[in-house]
Design a protein around this ligand. Structure first.
Ligand code: NAD
Ligand code: UFG
Length: 341
């Protein structure tokens, strides 16, 4: 058995897939989640896939006594992956304090307790949102950080700064900041996946719900952008590829002798796809038509962004591998397992 890892937000979308990959790689996982955006059945899914039930603590990372109790009852945690956060961009505009309080207090509490409990490193879920509208694509880690476009995006920028300042102060920890592009899809078993609450704001869950007949039609937000087909371009990365990157990052952080105390990696495929291309890919992969229409632009949308993942490819030895059609098939298989309501 390898080291014991604390996965905060581990019953969530990316956290659950990462827990599966950590367990497959031999790590022991303890999850803490307050179930504000997930449910405890996810643990059953993880166990069904890996044959191992991760330890689960229902609790809130903004509460220090809860975290202390966790570290005392689960001694020997060596690394943390901090997924726990609120993540709805639109909601963050209306409830900024909720976002600053939840996302920043969670991080500060974890950082504060790490030295005391002998935790060596923390992997942090950041986002390509820190690059804003890039000056050019693909974008690498040296690109300038732009003014945030939402309180949510700002929590990611501030979190990165908090970690950098803490490490610079001489705190005995290491950190890897992972800037995700657009995670999509589900586990090939269709036992875990993304659970959108209410009307999905993100493209793929809206698309699969439309294909399933839950939504009447998908609206493509704008076809007058400066892109080949006029719709926005993103770097869609399969969630299992993304999860695997966390395992490699954790191993490097805990076992690497001469690695820097802070490292930053873009996690994307390096391939930009437009909204219309993604719809095509879904229809091709599944044979299911997606009723869609062109609508106005969505406020605040970035026109085009895709990753230069060279640093992650070379330094981590990790590469996104799942072809987009396969990701679409998995997203569809997961949608078909979800209850219609
Ligand atoms: P998610 O909502 O599915 O998972 C987050 C989990 O954290 C949920 O299970 C939620 O219940 C839990 N949680 C929230 N606040 C908590 C708290 N205070 N204490 C304990 N648990 C708490 O989201 P996700 O898509 O899996 O995202 C994981 C991380 O990746 C987040 O930090 C998110 O901001 C970041 N991220 C996500 C995307 C994306 O498109 N999904 C892109 C970039 C970055
Ligand atoms: N889109 C549509 N119709 C929809 C939903 C989305 O056309 O019904 C388009 C959007 O305009 C955009 C693309 O699909 O061009 C992707 O939109 P998403 O909402 O799925 O993703 P975003 O790139 O806007 O943002 C997501 C997360 C952010 C995160 C960012 C980068 O919501 O939190 O990816 O990781 F910061």
């Amino acid at each position: 058995m390898k080291d014991k890892i604390l996965v905060t937000g581990g019953t969530g979308y990316i956290g659950s897939h990462t827990t599966v990959e950590l367990q497959k790689a031999g790590y022991e996982v303890v999850i803490i989640d307050n179930l504000s955006n997930s449910n405890r059945e996810v643990i059953d899914g993880i166990e069904a896939i890996t044959g191992v039930r991760p330890d689960f603590v229902e609790g809130d990372c903004t509460d220090i006594p809860t975290l202390r109790k966790l570290f005392e009852e689960h001694p020997g945690i060596k690394g943390i992956i901090n997924f726990a956060a609120s993540k709805a961009v639109g909601e963050s505009v209306h409830k900024p304090l909720l976002y600053y309080r939840n996302n920043l207090n969670t991080l500060i509490n974890l950082l504060d307790l790490m030295p005391e409990y002998g935790v060596k490193g923390i992997v942090f879920s950041s986002s390509c949102t820190v690059y804003g509208e890039p000056d050019s694509n693909p974008i690498d880690e040296t690109a300038p950080i732009k003014d945030p476009t939402s309180p949510y995006g700002n929590t990611k920028q501030i979190s990165e700064e908090i970690i950098k300042d803490y490490v610079a102060s001489g705190a005995p920890i290491k950190s890897i900041l992972l800037r995700y592009f657009n995670p999509i899809g589900a586990h090939e078993s269709a036992l875990i996946g993304e659970l959108p609450v209410g009307v999905p704001q993100n493209l793929v869950p809206y698309l699969t719900q439309t294909a399933a007949g839950i939504r009447k039609e998908l609206t493509v937000f704008g076809n007058d952008y400066n892109t080949p087909d006029g719709s926005c371009i993103r770097d869609y990365i399969d969630v299992v590829d993304l999860a695997r990157a966390h395992v490699v990052a954790m191993t490097r952080m805990l076992d690497g002798k001469d690695t820097d105390a802070i490292e930053i990696f873009n996690l994307g495929t390096g391939r930009g796809l437009s909204v219309l291309e993604l719809i095509d890919s879904f229809e091709r992969a599944t044979g299911v038509k997606v009723p869609h229409k062109i609508g106005p632009r969505r406020e605040g949308d970035i026109e085009k962004i895709w990753a230069d993942p060279k640093k992650a490819n070379e330094v981590l030895g990790w590469k996104a591998e799942v072809p987009i059609d396969e990701t679409m098939r998995k997203a569809w298989a997961w949608q078909q397992r979800l209850p219609k309501n």
